[in-house]
Design a protein. Structure first.
Length: 281
């Protein structure tokens, strides 16, 4: 059975790297259906690569093969693997933290080490800097085309041994929730948190009310204001802040028709803390 194949990387589209990955995949099977998740992940940003998989995978059919290449350690002793998610997707990637969000939010049932003696582009053995083409695109295409089964990728490895980033930093205490800024809605500069809607509901804040938002990094306050809670951006005045539920059912923070991230210099990751506090009346 043929499967869909989806690529993502930090390569950009300004040179031929992504095209070369397509070429390798189509050389395995010219009838493969290949799509892109994104190739605009900031260079070397494994955290964002991990999150972009979480953002997309749940909406693809079971059996889809994802190839994710954000690989600052290419050529070193980091492992090359294929993981199977609890909902039946496959992810071909370096074992460098790229699977953190998927493992924690969706689940990984099995992982295998890629046997490069078998699953590597022929005549590429002396190349150590483009595993995205030579190992990951090639192996992903072979799985998607049905040339090899998941078991034929290579030996099974312990899922618990996969490299992970810590995704903690979420808790509720009385009238306050603390979390992190996980990612940006990159084109618009909105901040996406790890605070789920169901947890936020426990604060019993009606639409139209305001909450106190505080954002910190390294114990330095970068933003602290009262912000309206609304359904969407039009519920706030132009360029005003709004707290809303984003498309992944988590809390987001935006400026109406302006970049929150650029305006206030806000970044992403576990060191960017956010507090959402119910105002006392």
């Amino acid at each position: 059975m043929k499967r869909l194949l989806v690529f993502q990387s930090d390569f950009g589209l300004s040179d031929g790297a992504v095209s070369a990955m397509y070429g390798v995949a189509l050389s395995v099977d010219p009838s493969l259906k290949i799509s892109n998740n994104t190739h605009d992940i900031p260079t070397f940003n494994i955290w964002e690569g991990s999150y972009r998989l979480l953002q997309a995978i749940p909406y693809w059919p079971e059996g889809t093969v994802f190839v994710s290449v954000v690989d600052p350690g290419v050529g070193c002793d980091r492992r090359s693997i294929v993981a199977k998610t609890s909902v039946g997707h496959y992810v071909v990637t370096p074992d460098n933290g790229t699977l953190s969000h998927i493992k924690n939010k969706i689940g990984i049932t099995e992982a295998r080490l890629i046997d490069e003696k078998v699953n590597r582009l022929p005549r590429s053995g002396e190349s150590y800097t483009f595993h995205g083409r030579d190992v990951y695109a090639y192996t992903g295409a072979r799985i998607a085309a049905g040339v090899i089964s998941f078991k034929e990728v290579g030996p099974k490895i312990d899922v618990k041994s996969l490299v992970e980033f810590p995704l903690s930093g979420l808790y509720k205490k009385e009238d306050e929730i603390k979390g992190i800024i996980e990612i940006l809605d990159i084109r618009f500069g909105n901040l996406w948190t790890n605070v789920p809607r169901e947890l936020f509901k426990q604060l019993n804040i009606p639409l139209g009310d305001k909450v106190l938002i505080k954002i910190e990094k390294d114990k330095t306050v970068r933003y602290e204001e009262e912000v309206i809670y609304g359904r969407s951006f039009a519920d706030s005045e132009l360029e005003d802040a709004i707290l809303y539920v984003n498309s992944l059912d988590n809390l987001g923070l935006a400026l109406n028709q302006k970049s929150f991230a650029h305006t206030y210099g806000i970044g992403t990751g576990s060191d960017w803390k956010i507090s959402i506090r119910k105002l006392r009346r």
